[in-house]
Design a binder for this molecule. Structure first.
Ligand code: LMR
Length: 396
């Protein structure tokens, strides 16, 4: 019955993580998957999360079914994080809990297919590999708009605007509000304003994927475009994730928000999302959302979380500076300024596939092709090792 099934192509990011786990090299370094490691090389249990979990344990809550869309408080908290205070006067936003940011993208993709009859989406070139998989898997044709020039390390902003300006009305455009994955190269605020103008002129349908809020410049700064677009009359979608900024990777916690233009439409959109969820996995898990709910509802825990997140962001920046300074001192031919200046967890280093293979096989240093480095895998114990290895594989 199943013999016709051919071998699958392994996921480029997850399979790299598996290879890293199996590697017995004592100095191995994981600069692959988007995971935050602390200065000791450990995935942190954030203190705010730990305290929230303790409170939940003490409450001895039963594990009942949640509503299909997740709790109302959690939805409000997501909206406040994404849009700030302005959301309080906005009645037409629908938010549902999803199975991580990927689940939000998949739910959004199904919504676009089944309820809006969309058959195409435009994503940045390049983008996260799983964007392609999720949208194609949902039946959408994936097209690209220019975004980043790997040779120069520059944003292709004019070309991006030109392509967006040429799209048909109602075309769906996937945008990364911050910490662009994989390039680490973000739009400036004036550039976002220019994109917003095109979105309005062309009446496009933006789908924002914000998986790294807080890792660029700060929680509010990183959602600049979301706060700007809320002031317009555009409809849009947002997928968000708590995997990284609350370090709840395995809890698979995220949200999908849809901004509608009337209360009635919002109610119907919510119904549509609930239908899609119910017939897919019925309702979301509760432990992760209860942690985040508890943490965000308590001023002390919330402040603690924000300061922990700030420390994580600053540590990544320090590692960017250390690595780029080391490469500069070693006379590197690599564009080390990119590593210093790009934002979020990733840098598009410009390392080529051959150099990546050398790093992996000679040094057990893992990066995602073509040249994406996840900076938090660096710490003061391994940064010199990684610097020397990169110099070795790049110097003529
Ligand atoms: C990444 O890009 O490495 C992360 O978003 C993790 C993943 O699921 O790919």
């Amino acid at each position: 019955m199943f013999n016709h099934i051919q071998p699958s192509v392994p996921d480029p990011i997850m399979s790299l993580m598996e290879a890293y786990m199996q590697d017995s090299h004592p100095q191995k370094v994981n600069l692959g998957i988007g995971l935050y490691y602390d200065h000791q090389g450990n995935i942190p249990l954030m203190r705010a999360v730990h305290l929230a979990e303790q409170r939940l344990l003490e409450q001895q809550r039963p594990h009942s079914y949640p509503p299909i869309e997740g709790s109302a408080l959690f939805a409000q908290q997501i909206q406040a994080l994404l849009f700030g205070d302005a959301i309080q006067s906005h009645q037409h936003m629908v938010t549902v809990q999803t199975v991580g940011g990927s689940g939000a993208l998949k739910l959004g993709a199904d919504f676009l297919c089944h309820y809006l009859s969309r058959r195409e989406i435009w994503v940045s070139d390049p983008t996260w590999a799983n964007h392609w998989a999720i949208f194609e898997g949902a039946g959408l044709k994936v097209n690209t708009y220019p975004y980043f020039d790997d040779a120069s390390g520059e944003l292709r902003f004019e070309a991006m605007l030109n392509t967006l300006s040429s799209l048909p009305e109602g075309a769906v455009v996937l945008l990364h509000p911050c910490c662009h994955n994989p390039t680490g190269t973000d739009l400036s605020q004036p550039q976002w304003r220019a994109v917003l103008e095109v979105l309005q002129q062309r009446r496009l349908l933006p789908f924002f994927d914000i998986a790294y809020q807080g890792f660029g410049d700060g929680l509010a700064e990183d959602s600049f475009i979301l706060r700007e677009i809320l002031k317009t009359d555009l409809d849009f979608l947002v997928s968000n994730s708590f995997s990284k900024n609350v370090a709840l990777y395995g809890q698979r916690l995220g949200g999908l928000s849809v901004c509608c233009n009337s209360l009635e439409t919002a109610a119907n959109v919510k119904g549509a999302l609930k239908t899609l969820i119910r017939r897919s996995y019925s309702c979301p898990p509760t432990h992760g959302s209860q942690i985040v709910e508890t943490l965000l509802a308590d001023e002390y825990l919330r402040q603690l979380w924000v300061s922990e997140l700030t420390n994580m962001r600053q540590r990544i920046k320090q590692m960017r500076v250390s690595l780029s300074a080391g490469l500069e001192q070693g006379g590197s031919t690599l564009d080390y300024r990119r590593i210093r200046d790009q934002k979020g967890m990733f840098s598009y280093t410009g390392l080529n596939e051959h150099q990546l293979s050398q790093l992996r096989h000679q040094y057990s240093i893992y990066l995602v092709a073509p040249g994406r480095m996840c900076l938090p895998g660096l710490n003061q114990h391994n940064v010199d090792y990684v610097t020397a290895a990169i110099l070795d594989v790049t110097l003529p």
